[in-house]
Design a protein around this ligand. Structure first.
Ligand code: FE2
Length: 273
């Protein structure tokens, strides 16, 4: 199965990169399933129903979130009628929405997607390892689904590596999100799980984490109230990870970083081109 995961969409540059390029990539690479993290899609903070629909219509099968899940208050309502939008699975149980879903891929296979959130340097949440374990127990790879993707939305690389190693051999892909800078450690772990500590963002890399740099810099050098953070507005780059899985095992056969656009070194899945 051919899987593509794209990192945090930040503002209009990220959305436009997705809408402009994903439909053609889906065809060119014969993608079976696409997951996009959309928690920063609305000007850097949260997601609206219209934007979620735009990402799904551009070719995403599932949109994941993170600590900014409900920055746009409308998400508290529409998440319950959009089964393809996930918030972290280890949020308190009464939180609207869901943290995992099973969707049908283009090749007819079934794919479990789970959104989890780390606890180091982030909000106090339930144990993400236990929460993911329960979802995998309910929906095991090879028995119920043909591939499993975990978006581990976390600040600390160690915690993301911990999730990767904890799940190695039990899922198809563990990919980190949240830090908005792609890491160069895409690999297949010893047990067969594809892994990348952070997918990077889909957005304008002439920025600080996708935001115009002036105000973030000012906040570092001057401890005074300032203005709002605004998403950068230059051309966006797509960033994420491409994974081909073995249909018999659900584990990874090939993995490559995806970086398409200005500012970063370019990377594509050569095994599909
Ligand atoms: Fe985040």
């Amino acid at each position: 199965m051919r899987l593509l995961f794209l990192g945090d969409v930040v503002g209009r540059p990220g959305r436009e990169a997705i809408v402009d390029q994903l439909p053609a990539l889906r065809t060119k690479w014969k993608l079976d399933l696409v997951v996009i993290n959309g928690e920063n899609a609305a000007g850097g903070f949260g997601i609206t129903e219209t934007i979620c629909d735009d990402l799904l219509n551009a070719g995403a099968d599932v949109v994941t979130l993170g600590n900014h899940s409900f920055d746009q208050r409308e998400a508290l309502v529409f998440i319950d009628r959009q089964p393809r939008l996930l918030r972290p699975i280890n949020y308190p149980a009464r939180t609207p929405g869901r943290g995992a879903t099973v969707v049908e891929a283009a090749n007819g296979g079934r794919v479990l997607v789970i959104n989890a959130m780390g606890r180091l340097f982030m909000d106090a949440l339930d144990d993400p390892f236990a929460a993911v374990d329960k979802a995998l127990h309910d929906c095991p790879l090879r028995e119920v689904v043909d591939a499993t993707i975990i978006d581990m939305h976390a600040e600390a690389t160690s915690e993301k590596q911990g999730m990767g190693r904890y799940l190695d051999g039990r899922v198809s892909l563990v990919v980190g999100t949240h830090t908005h800078v792609p890491t160069a450690d895409e690999q297949i772990l010893p047990g067969g799980t594809a892994y990348q500590s952070d997918a990077g963002m889909c957005g304008d890399y002439d920025s600080i984490l996708g935001m115009q740099p002036e105000e973030p810099v000012r906040r570092f050098v001057q401890k005074t109230p300032g203005s709002r953070l605004e998403a950068a507005s230059g051309p966006g780059t797509l960033a994420g990870i491409a994974v081909e899985t073995d249909d018999a095992t659900g584990l990874a056969l090939h993995v490559a970083a995806v970086r398409i656009g200005p500012h970063l070194s370019q990377s594509r899945p050569h095994f599909w081109e």
